[in-house]
Design a protein around this ligand. Structure first.
Ligand SMILES: NC(=O)C1=CN([C@@H]2O[C@H](COP(=O)(O)OP(=O)(O)OC[C@H]3O[C@@H](n4cnc5c(N)ncnc54)[C@H](OP(=O)(O)O)[C@@H]3O)[C@@H](O)[C@H]2O)C=CC1
Ligand SMILES: O=C(O)C1=N[C@H](C(=O)O)C[C@H](O)C1
Length: 265
């Protein structure tokens, strides 16, 4: 039996790739799309998709679920919409696979409690690319030996959240193995506000936004007379798609929320 998939954010850069991925997948069926405004009756009404994509578009999650009974909701929207979508999906017994970044800790805790109570799988993945997951794992390992670390994440200039979800997740993983410490000179002063980046448990995170970039991150470690740099580059959005397909299949086997693909690969 096919997994019935709905996608929120289908007109976006990631969402459009995810639409093609699900449409091509032999074990999945794209049954619906969630939008926040009337853009047509089906995806086929939009110039960006082929005429064969007669997938219905809904503006209310409740109507979407009632009409098309999806197993999984994939959300690739923005930090303002994603929390509501995830809650609505869980309430309606639809398993969320969330790529959208920008959750607060409190939101993650609440969604985790909801998924547990409902015994429903839910995956929140700040990054679907296998190379990025490895970069984070290697950074966590390196931080045990080289605890002075700064993160530089670099993204296209349409990104809404800073720092990136990947940078936050990397810092959280490092925090698990590193004794909290302030870095740099104790008396350092910023003569331009923000020059030293954001402070996460003493680690500095720097966010670069430029046209031309897709999604890139360097984790820099400094030691006595040595430097280690761990870098990952997503050069296109196809780099995320095998992770999206993997999560859609995995979430069907789960009964709780997982935050980060490093927990299930
Ligand atoms: N986990 C991962 O591996 C990755 C995650 N991301 C994350 O995915 C998200 C999307 O990224 P990207 O595709 O680049 O962004 P885009 O801005 O290209 O796409 C977002 C889409 O969502 C639509 N949208 C906004 N609000 C709603 C809503 N309430 N309901 C339905 N659709 C809505 C937007 O429509 P409109 O433009 O008309 O407002 C837009 O088409 C971001 O949070 C990004 O950080 C990105 C890459 C990889
Ligand atoms: O907005 C993006 O593009 C990306 N967002 C995710 C993040 O915030 O980490 C994943 C990837 O870096 C691309």
């Amino acid at each position: 039996m096919s997994i019935r998939v709905a996608i929120a954010g289908a007109r976006g850069k990631m969402g459009a790739e995810a639409v093609h991925t699900v449409m091509k997948h032999d074990k999945m069926e794209l049954v619906a799309v969630l939008d926040y405004k009337e853009v047509g009756k089906t995806l086929a009404d939009l110039d960006m998709f082929p005429a064969s994509y007669t997938v219905p578009i809904f503006t209310e999650m409740h109507d979407l679920v009632e009409a098309t009974a999806p197993d999984v909701l994939v959300d690739l929207t923005n930090p303002h919409a994603v929390y509501k979508h995830t809650k609505e999906a869980l309430n309606l017994n639809v398993r969320p696979v969330i790529g959208t970044t920008g959750f607060t800790d409190a939101q993650l805790e609440e969604l985790s409690a909801m998924a547990k109570e409902k015994e429903l799988g839910c995956i929140i993945a700040p990054n679907f690319a296998i190379g990025a997951i490895l970069m984070m794992k290697f950074a966590k390992e390196a931080a045990k030996y080289l605890p002075d670390v700064e993160i530089i994440e670099m993204h296209h200039d349409q990104k809404l959240d800073a720092p990136s979800g990947t940078a936050v997740k990397t810092a959280q993983l490092i925090q698990e193995v590193r004794t909290s410490k302030a870095q740099g000179h104790p008396e350092e002063k910023e003569t331009i506000e923000g020059a030293r980046g954001g402070d996460f448990d003493g680690m500095r995170i720097h966010s670069v936004r430029l046209p031309g970039l897709v999604a890139h991150q360097q984790v820099l470690f400094g030691g006595d007379g040595q430097l280690l740099t761990i870098r990952h580059d997503s050069l296109n959005r196809n780099s995320f798609m095998s992770g999206v397909a993997f999560c859609i299949e995995e979430v069907m086997k789960m009964d709780q929320l997982v935050y980060g693909l490093e927990n299930i690969i």
